[in-house]
Design a binder for this molecule. Structure first.
Ligand code: NDP
Length: 310
């Protein structure tokens, strides 16, 4: 019998897993008991979402892996008590949601939808947008989410450039890496999407210099992590017109404080960290598969590289 600790924060999160996780484990042939309160030394696996009740992993001396329910792990890679193998969430529901959100917001800006949705003077603005093939898009981050979004945009004919740490080879995407690759990718795009993890290397990546290196009047879309952007630099670039609009889903402080300048800025759209969410039914399958693998002595899927920070 495998003992699983579900440490997922608010009680309503457990409610969304209490059916699907046992079902997925059973389907994977795993006999397990899931509780929210095992004695630490008895726990075999921790299914985890960041919460204040469990921040010290050192008493879980027999725990074989911590299986994170979230894709981002920046809060965990810095936790020195977490010495167990750590996996992050890659789930097809999460990916589908991100593809929908990114594609939707890119299309909003590409098609200039705002001018038609809010048109108080009933003006007949006949100004057809260019075709997508004339609207270069750059994706910073070509991981599970960035690659899926890049492919979806390329399928709509946007010329897509993607930037990652290691150089990729993806059909239909111009792939670049390194500082030179970044400068060119930023300069060429009319819409830039950030789908990078937060690491020491990516923190404040979009600073005043890189924002100035973007095409004048470009749009910035950030569903990655708030601290990827230097907020003061972005506000200055928006006021100056260098950046025409920023659509932001993630912030240094969440919920975004009510008096934060982003809320009132006419060229900022705030969405409340909803770009995508882990979907319990598909995520439960990933958790079950990883426990099956660990028990069979097979490598875990989506294991976090502590040195790289993601
Ligand atoms: P992955 O780990 O699969 O991909 C990360 C990508 O970023 C990789 O292509 C990686 O390069 C690249 N990268 C990392 N560091 C650097 C660097 N220093 N320079 C250049 N490229 C770099 O992550 P996911 O695609 O699954 O998720 C991306 C992020 O999206 C998550 O970390 C999370 O912060 C955010 N997210 C936001 C959600 C929301 O609702 N807003 C929901 C889910 C995730 P390489 O391929 O070479 O390793």
């Amino acid at each position: 019998m495998i003992r699983i600790l579900f440490s997922g924060g608010p009680e309503d999160r457990w409610a969304t897993y209490s059916d699907v996780l046992p079902q997925a484990l059973e389907a994977a042939g795993i006999e397990a008991e899931i509780r929210q309160d095992w004695p630490p030394e008895q726990v075999d696996y921790i299914v985890y979402a960041p919460n204040e009740d469990l921040t010290d992993f050192s008493p879980y001396v027999n725990c074989k892996a911590v299986l994170n329910l979230w894709a981002g792990v920046e809060g965990l890679t810095k936790n020195d008590t977490l010495t167990q193998p750590l996996t992050r969430m890659v789930d097809r529901g999460l990916t589908e949601g991100m593809v929908e959100w990114v594609t939707g917001h890119v299309l909003r800006h590409h098609l200039g939808m705002d001018a038609h949705i809010v048109n108080p003077d009933h003006e007949w603005n006949w100004a057809p947008p260019p075709l997508a093939r004339k609207r270069p898009v750059t994706m910073l981050g070509l991981g599970e989410l960035g690659e899926a979004c890049a492919r979806s945009l390329a399928a709509l004919n946007f010329p897509v450039t993607g930037w990652s740490r290691s150089l990729k080879d993806i059909d239909g995407i111009t792939c670049v890496a390194g500082d030179d690759g970044l400068a060119g990718a930023l300069a060429a795009a009319e819409i830039v999407v950030l789908l990078l993890p937060l690491t020491p290397e990516t923190r404040n990546l979009m600073d005043a210099e890189r924002l100035a290196g973007m095409k004048r009047g470009a749009v910035l879309i950030n569903p990655g992590r708030g601290p990827l952007i230097d907020d003061d630099a972005l506000l200055a670039a928006l006021d100056d017109g260098q950046i025409a609009h920023a659509t932001l889903d993630v912030f240094r402080e969440e919920p975004l404080p009510r008096d934060h300048p982003y809320w009132a800025h006419p060229r900022v759209t705030v969405t409340p960290h909803i770009a995508s969410a882990t979907r319990p039914d598909t995520a439960a399958e990933v958790i079950a598969e990883n426990i099956r693998r660990a028990e069979a002595g097979e490598p875990l899927l989506y294991r976090v590289d502590r040195d790289a920070g993601y």
